[in-house]
Design a protein around this ligand. Sequence first.
Ligand code: NCD
Length: 331
Amino acid sequence: MEIKNKVIVQAAKPAEARLALLKGKDILSAAQFSKDEIDVVMETAAYYEKKVKDGEVLKDMEGKVMASLFFEPSTRTRLSFETAMNRLGGSVITVAESAKVQTSSTAKGETLYDSIKVVDLYADVIVVRSPQKGAADEAALAADNPVLNSGDGAGEHPTQAMLDIYTILKERGDLSGLTVTLLGDLKHGRTVHSLIRLLSHFGCRIILVAPDQLKMPAEIVADVEKLGVKVEQTDNLQQAAAESDVLYVTRIQKERFEDLAEYEKVKDDFIVDDKIVKAAKSGIVIMHPLPRVNEITVDVDSYEGAAYFRQAGNGVPVRMALLALVKGCVR
Ligand code: NCD
């Protein structure tokens, strides 16, 4: 793939054998991917991005139905998945009341299992978001068709991590040797749980900056360190930004706190403002999965390395790639 000024200018379709790598698979955790599988997703996303940009009308998923089941609020993830399916010529079904589904653990688990059993008979691919960690795995047990985890509580968000990697690739041209800082609520933030796992394939140096109470779970750090990746933890944001090529900012996940007083204590600990950006490494790319609350001030938006809105746009080609790859539909 050839990228110029953050735009895909050339993109070849991966060879058939590589296109088959994800066929029939669920997308549940970033831990499931080999480097080659990540590369195939990137190449297929670039291939689709170019086609859409060139105005091609695609029929790759014509006749296929995607079930869009969001049991927790979502704007970008849901709309980009639905746009992706539409762009591929497929159609989308959804549940209007999905946000109202009960949140209690076992009862909810059983309900999810049963509804997925049924949805599996209506749709060819199922996209699930739930407030409950492990919900996507449970859905995958119920479904014969591929299930894509679009966020399971404070668990994972692997399709977001794929679009984050794609964004870094487009912004920087390459990932190897980059220093990437992950900032914010690393304890509850499912996007960073998935992203750190994908980053571990690219030879990056990883710095983690979080309030003491919101550090990255030790088992995730241990997992990526086992792969030979260096993970540094600090509370010095300014220093980390000065050494980083990418600063990935996350929202403090208010809805995951049992005690809101704890949230109040940490919510303003790390703010990325103009001052931080000015003192940062030249050319630093600032990312955020969105929505943002106050963790990036709006004065940062005009900085050319502020990539978070472009990042959200990348959700469409990346999710096109994932949908078409798991269904073996890339034409
Ligand atoms: C994230 C999520 O839902 O985990 N948003 C997203 O998918 N773009 C991040 C967040 O809610 O803070």
